[in-house]
Design a protein around this ligand. Sequence first.
Ligand code: F6R
Length: 609
Amino acid sequence: MCGIVGYVGAEQAAPILLDGLSRLEYRGYDSAGVAIYSQGKVRVAKAKGRLQVLSDMIQGGRAIQGTIGIGHTRWATHGAPSDVNSHPHVSHSGNIAVVHNGIIENYAELKSFLQSKGVPFVSETDSEVVAQLVEYFYQGDLLEAVGRVLHRIQGAYALGILCCDQPDQLIAVRKDSPLILGLAEGANFLASDVTAILRHTRDVIYMEDGEVAVLTSQGVQCYNSLLQPITKEVSQVDWEVDAAEKGGYEHFMFKEIMEQPQALRRAVFPRIQDGEVYLEDFALTDEDIRGLSKVYVVACGSSYHVGMVGKYHLERLLRKPVEVALASEFRYMEPIVDEHTLVIVISQSGETLDTMAALREAKRLGAKVLAIVNVVGSSIAREADEVLYTWAGPEIAVATTKAYTTQLAVLNLLGLYMARRLGTVADEEYTQVLEQMLLLPAQMEEVLEKQSQIQYLASQYFNHESIFFMGRNVDYTLGLEGSLKLKEISYIHSEAYAAGELKHGTISLIEDGTLVVAVGTYGPLFDKALSNVVEVKSRGASVLALTTQSQGERMAEVANDLVTIPDTHPLLLPSLGVVPLQLFAYYVALHRGCDIDKPRNLAKSVTVE
Ligand code: F6R
C-alpha cells in the first residue's frame, strides 16, 4: 500500500526522502514522487515504476535543493499507475503539494464542485482533490485552510501537506490511515511507517484519528480535530535499525524465516514465569473469562490461518465454542456477538482495514476485543480493549513468516492462560506444554537446518504449474498457509484441502505427476493421513510429505519425498510444521526467478477494503 515520508530540518531533504521511501518499498507500490520547497517554489518530481526511476531522474536527490519536503510511494486505487497519477499532487497554482494514503470517498462530488469554480484537474486520482481544496480555502493561514478541508472530505486519509507560502512547515493529518511523527534534534519527520525514519530517530508520536500536526525544524505542535492545541506523549521505538535491513541475506523473506527462533524467544520466554503463563498488563479478569460464552477469532490472510489453528486449539483448551471468521466477511454476516463474547483480532501490521472494521463492529455489538498485533502503537493495537504484542520485530517481506509463528505462540499462551483460569486444562498437560514451548526455538533451529534438503526438493518440483496441499485438523490449516505462501510468491496455482474432502470432488483433479504436499504431523489422525497419501498416489500423484520424526518411517514407506520435524506437544506442531512449508515456497519462488520480497499485485499492509 502507499507510503508517506516527510522531512523538515537543516539537511537536504530529497536524499532523506528517497532513503525513507526506499524503506517503504516493501509495502508494495507502482510509482513514487517527492515535492520539495526549493528557491521559492514547490518542485515536484514523480514517476511511474520503481523508486530507482525517480532517484535517477533527480540524481539521487542532488538535482533538487531544499530542506523541507514530502515523498510518497503509490499503490494505485483511483486511476491507473502513471506519472501524472503519482503523488505528490499539486494545486493548480503550484502553491500546495499533498501526499495522501487512503481513499477520499466523496472526491467525485468535491471535484465537480471545484471544477464548477474553474479549478482545472490533471489526474484521475481522488487525492488531487485535497491539494485543490486546500488551495481553494487558503487565505494566508495553512492550518486554518486544512481545518476547513477536513470538514469537507470523507473517507480514510493520512496526509502530508507542503505550502509555498509557509516554507518552514509541514502539516500532517490522520484519519483511519496510519501516520506517525518522528522527532530529532533540529529536524522532524512524518511517516506512514516507522521503518521509514528509524535511521534518524526512535522518538515518535503516534497520531490519533482526527489529529493534525504542524512540523517545523524546531518542533512539532499537535492539534485535535477542532484545531485546539494538544500535548502528545512521545514514545520510544525499540526496534533495532538493522532489523529492518537485509543484513547480508538475499531476501527479507529468507532473513525473516531464519529469525523465527529468536522472534519466538522474544514472544514466549518473558511470558512463562515460574511455570505459569504471565501476560503483561492483561486486564481480563478470571470472572470475565468465566463469563464468556464463546470466542471469535477474526483476521485476514495468514493471520486468519493462525485463527484457524486457534479454533482447534482454543476449543480443545477452553471447552467453549470458538468461531473463526475472515475479517472481510465478519462485519457483513450479522455475527452473533455480545458482551459475553471475546473477539480476538489478529494482525501483524495492526493496520489492515478489514480487521479494523471487524474490531469496530465487534465493539459496537458489545464484545470485548483482544488484539494480537506486531506493530506497536498501530491502529488496531490502540483501538482494541486488550493487546498482546508478538514482538517479532519489523517484518518487511510481503509474505509473512515470523509474524505467523509468533502470533501462533501468543494465541497458544492465551489459550493456556484462559484454560488455567477455567480449570479446563489438566495441571500435567499445562506444565508439559509450557516446558515444550521453551524448547520450541531450539527445535525450530533444527528444522531450519533442513534448508538444503528443502532447496533440493524445490529444485525437483518448481516446474509444476499446479500444486495441492492436503491435511486434516491443524494439518489442514498448515496446508492452507503453505499453499498461500507458495502461490503469493511463486505464482504457482495451488489449493489446500481438508484431506477427508478429496473424495467429495477434488480427487478428480489428481492425475499422473500431480504434486500433492501431504501434511501429516498430527498424531491422532496420522493413520488417516497415510491412507490419504495412498489414495492420491494410486491416482498418479507424486507426494511430498511432512510429518514428525517418530512417524517418519511409516510415512517414508508411502510418500515419494519426506521432510520431518521434531516431535513435540500437539499444540505446538503447527509452529514447527509451517517452517518447511515457508522454506519450500521460498526456494520454489527462487528457482522460478520471482521477485520474492515484492510479489506482484500485493502490498504488505492492506489499508483499503
Ligand atoms: C500472506 C500475508 C497476508 C497477511 C494479511 C493480513 O503472507 O502476509 O495474507 O497475513 O494481509 O495482514 P495483517 O496480519 O497485517 O492484518
